[in-house]
Design a binder for this molecule. Sequence first.
Ligand SMILES: *Cc1c(COP(=O)(O)O)cnc(C)c1O
Length: 382
Amino acid sequence: MPNRSDSTSMTLSNSGAESRQVARDMQLNLRIPGPTPLPPEVLESVAKQMINHRGPEYAQLQAEVLSTLKQFYVTEGDVLLFSGSGTGGLEAAVVNTLSPGDRVLAVCIGAFGDRFASIAEAHSAQVERLNVPWGRAARVEQVTAALDGGVFRAVLITCNETSTGVMNEIPGLAAAVARCEPRPLLLVDAISALGAVELPMDALGIDVLITGSQKAWMAPPGITMLGVSAAAWEAQRTARMPRFYWDFEQQRRAQSKGQDAWTPAVTTMFALQTALRMMAAEGSAAIVERHLRLSQRTQAGLERLGFGLFAEEGYRSRTVTAATPPPGVQAKALIDRLQADYGVVVAGGQGKLAGGLIRVGHMGWVTEVHIDSALEAIARCL
Ligand SMILES: *Cc1c(COP(=O)(O)O)cnc(C)c1O
């Protein structure tokens, strides 16, 4: 951290070619919504020799990772690890709990909600989309009305919609799903939320809760984690969507022996072990508070610079802020210049929002220094 802020102030006090050189030499301030930067301790942990993934060291590593993860899931149930990106985790949730032809309600508030729905469609579920205008969150009344329209086997919801910077209010939506008779399965994409926000799986009645190592967990890409409820396991026994690599039962059996069904992303597991130790030491409540505080700092800072916040008030994400540039400023030009001159890397808009937005990630290893130096660089660019 001291190095980072030194090089940031050096960059900011210079201009032109000199500052560009500094930007290239320094560690970038990576402020995209995943992959997120690795703290120095985690960086060190990934420079380790391989181990036997069927041996005792791996079993110990896996046991530690799982037991700490369960504290963040707040679950008595199973957490499964698969090597793959978060999208793989979404697919795993679908193919293990559903059969072709099952009626599914997909609550879509942005690009990732659309992706979840498309995965279910690709596997021949009968998907009904509840399309909420981008920038807004789903309301309990909207979801209740959609659920009243028929009997659904499952409901797919995104917790934090990374494409729009909107966070759905999962407790209220989960309660609406729980009121249905028969109760649909609730599959929640919390890939860019869990670890940074409280989402106690058992208490909320979530059946499959999905996240990914490269978002709030301060680890590299490579592992998707899924919490699986008793009801999801029951569904798994009769679900007929084709599956092989993603089979929950196969993975549960392997994990009960301290192994992975296949070859795990060993390096990412090393990183997760270290990151989870750091997270356990900081404590869930402090992590949640830090993300809330830094999200508000980012939102206020961007508004001060004349940006508009894309997400509606009351539902703004605690892990990523989407903002429209001030009049006359092109998002793409700003993003390019931020990286070239200041070493600050932010994301642009996704899908139909391409070109119109910047998105600033603030999840995982993020502090006031990261946010303030990003905001200062943006101010200078403008
Ligand atoms: C990042 C993300 C995904 C996709 O994860 P990949 O690891 O890129 O496959 C899905 N949903 C949300 C909400 C995300 O933020």
